[in-house]
Design a protein around this ligand. Structure first.
Ligand code: A3P
Length: 310
């Protein structure tokens, strides 16, 4: 397989081009295992994303929406667990070094909810063929790049790798060389799936969630087949979920959380600024121009657009 240096040092951090997407050497085996063995149930829900597009947020929202009747309102599991513990990644967690994980015991709450960064085309066949549901979130690629560069910077710092320049990060991102890249293939795969079968794949945008979270939460609940009842709306359940999953509240809980995430970072590193348009503080005009051109080249005609200017 074509190989490239990853964003941090160490041979297991190299990236391999597998089925058209870049995959960490460490995760290649688990991706192949789950493609071979994973059996989706019709009731399963999958949170699918590219890194740094709002995965943590969407995990929290999907869990809180789907499982809201399974715990007391003042005992929300997010008060003690991270979104990544409640909705585990298939390839970096559940199947890592374990081709036959005990899926039933992994999922305490029902229905089963899993997460993945794998592109649509490479999902296990049973996910594509069953009646399970997929929720996808994308984000303006410029904000995604800045978020990724900052996150990898923290990871490099932790393992005492020298910082990576923004120029180098830009170049890798532009060429699609990062975990699950390139972004346009990832986003278009799920976009097309959502257009072809809107009952199976819901396509969300980070920017829309930032603009009107209540509206997007209701859309999510409706799609998942658990719309908020009139009573729930009157009792403020939608606002309660939005609040507990908000950047400020989630961050506060995770800051005190001990241990490291599956990516080897403290849990708090999944919360940086949580804003739209932060790219304008970093990218040079020529970087913006190149990226805008690439986005237009790849996405024009698909019907998918991003708000590129802040
Ligand atoms: P920034 O680095 O731009 O702040 P992921 O969860 O896919 O790794 O994405 C991380 C990005 O989502 C980070 O973006 C992070 O701050 C932001 N984020 C995490 N939780 C959020 C929340 N509850 N609301 C809004 N943004 C959130």
């Amino acid at each position: 397989l074509p190989k490239e240096e990853g964003w941090t040092s160490g041979s297991e951090k190299s990236l391999y081009l597998y089925q058209g997407f870049w995959c960490l050497a460490r995760d290649l085996k688990s991706v192949i295992s789950l493609q071979k063995h994973f059996q989706a149930f019709d009731s399963d829900v999958f949170v699918a994303t590219s890194p740094k597009c709002g995965t943590t947020w969407l995990k929290a929202l999907t869990f809180s929406t789907l499982c809201r009747t399974q715990y007391a309102r003042d005992e929300h599991p997010l008060l003690n667990s991270t979104p990544h513990q409640l909705v585990r990644f298939l390839e970096f967690d559940v199947y890592l070094n374990n081709p036959f994980p005990d899926l039933e015991n992994i999922c305490v709450y029902k229905p089963r909810i899993f997460a993945t960064h794998i592109p649509y085309a490479s999902l296990p066949t049973s996910i594509k063929d069953s009646k399970c549901k997929i929720v996808y979130i994308c984000r303006n690629p410029m904000d995604m790049l800045i978020s990724l560069w900052n996150f990898m910077g923290k990871l490099r710092d932790q393992i005492q790798d020298p910082p990576m320049s923004l120029d180098e990060a830009f170049d890798k991102f532009y060429r699609g060389i990062y975990l699950s890249g390139p972004f346009y293939e990832h986003v278009l795969g799920y976009w097309k799936a959502s257009q072809e079968n809107p009952d199976k794949t819901l396509f969300l945008k980070y920017e829309d969630l930032k603009e009107d979270i209540s509206c997007q939460l209701k859309k999510l609940a409706m799609f998942l087949g658990v719309p908020f009842t009139e009573d729930e709306e009157k009792q403020g359940v939608v606002e309660e979920i939005a609040k507990i999953c908000s950047f400020r509240e989630l961050k506060e809980v995770q800051v005190n959380k001990k241990g490291l995430s599956r990516f080897g970072t403290p849990h708090k590193d999944f919360f940086r600024k949580g804003q739209v348009g932060d790219w304008s503080n970093y990218l040079t005009p020529s970087m913006v121009e190149r990226l805008e051109k690439l986005i237009h080249e790849k996405l024009d005609g698909s019907g998918l657009t991003f708000k590129l200017s802040s």
